[in-house]
Ligand binder design. Structure first.
Ligand SMILES: NC(=O)c1ccc[n+]([C@@H]2O[C@H](COP(=O)([O-])OP(=O)(O)OC[C@H]3O[C@@H](n4cnc5c(N)ncnc54)[C@H](O)[C@@H]3O)[C@@H](O)[C@H]2O)c1
Length: 317
């Protein structure tokens, strides 16, 4: 079985690629960007195909060339870039996801795993708890594209029998994240402190955003892929992240305790504050992921910051 990771040069995709390499696989990464960071050191243990997800022939050539049988679909544009350039996000996230599903259908692949997002919800929900049946009416363009991907995947499952599965990830925190998104402050506050640089958080100190360590995110995708198909009833699952969500001021206090000399301050950006206001108060019910494929996060805030620091120093040594 050969695995393709779209967005394999990205933050989550490149850690997932490291996991697959360590398990003895030689994954194929499909991305418009180059591989950087720790994965680049494993150059001869994966393949990088450079291409745009919006171009089906390029994706098909790649799938054909390597006999791809399973896709982790993580490529595309995140929240802030999508809000700034909805036209580009339509190509990358909407056409791109359609192309991935078409490639999987035409080549009769065994599985597609989709990295969706809790940004598919908005404040416009009944109550303050979301579970896997809560209606998704996102207000951001990014959320609209991710909801489309989920629904199209369900259609390919019903119509063509494709084994499509997805997780709605919360904000992912870890070293080496390069793309700005509404909750990137979680990762960049730690990373700037480690680099000895000042950092201004664009959220409010009381902002709470559901967050998950990048190792947990990659492990969730891998566990979902490995789960027996008879157990997959819900198909697309909420992942709650660290529960209850920590506030930005709690994060800053933890960083200041563990990284002496950290220079962190707040200057709330109205766009970021508004996007996050919709998510922070939500309680995410991840019971289906627990029951159907045994999901449980391994890194609470303290362990997350400790491991982040360790990984950061490892990549520099
Ligand atoms: N980072 C988070 O906090 C978060 C939260 C929820 C869901 N997700 C989802 O997880 C997935 C991975 O996120 P990430 O944090 O690794 O993002 P990232 O920006 O680091 O990685 C995405 C990758 O996709 C590539 N890409 C973008 N447009 C492309 C195109 N048209 N063709 C080919 N490649 C393209 C980029 O070059 C990048 O390497 C995304 O689908 C995202 O929606 C991320």
């Amino acid at each position: 079985m050969t695995t393709l990771i779209t967005g394999g040069a990205g933050f989550v995709g490149s850690y997932l690629a490291r996991m697959l390499v360590e398990a003895g696989e030689r994954p194929v990464l499909f991305d418009i960007a180059a591989v950087q960071g720790p994965l680049a050191k494993l150059r001869d243990r994966f393949v990088l195909e450079t291409g745009n997800l919006a171009h089906l022939p390029v994706l098909m050539d790649c799938v054909e060339k390597y006999g791809i049988d399973r896709i982790f679909h993580l490529g595309g544009m995140l929240s802030l870039p999508s809000e700034q350039n909805p036209w580009g996000a339509f190509d990358a996230n909407v056409i791109g996801t359609y192309n991935v599903l078409e490639a999987a259908r035409i080549k009769r692949m065994s599985q597609v795993i989709y990295g969706s997002s809790i940004a598919t919800y908005s404040k416009d929900i009944p109550g303050d708890e979301i579970d896997d049946r809560t209606i998704q009416r996102p207000s951001s363009f990014y959320g609209v594209t991710k909801t489309f991907g989920e629904l199209l995947g369900r259609f390919y499952h019903r119509k063509f029998g494709l084994d499509f599965r997805g997780v709605r990830l919360p904000s992912i925190v870890g070293p080496g994240a390069r793309t700005a998104h509404m909750s990137i402050y979680n990762a960049w506050a730690i990373e700037h402190a480690l680099k000895g640089l000042p950092y201004v958080l664009e959220c409010a100190p009381e902002t709470r955003c559901p967050a998950l360590y990048y190792k947990d995110a990659a492990r969730a995708l891998s566990m979902l892929s490995d789960a027996e198909s008879g157990r997959i009833l819900t198909r697309i699952y909420n992942i709650a992240g660290i529960t209850p969500p920590f506030s930005a001021s709690e994060l800053v206090a933890t960083i200041e305790r563990k990284i002496p000399g950290a220079r962190l301050s707040f200057k709330p950006d109205p766009v970021v504050v508004e996007l996050l206001r919709e998510l922070g108060s939500l309680r995410i019910n991840e019971a289906c992921a627990g029951l159907e494929w045994g999901w449980r996060a391994a890194y609470p805030l303290e362990e997350l910051v400790d491991d982040f620091i360790e990984e950061f120093h490892k990549t520099r040594s």
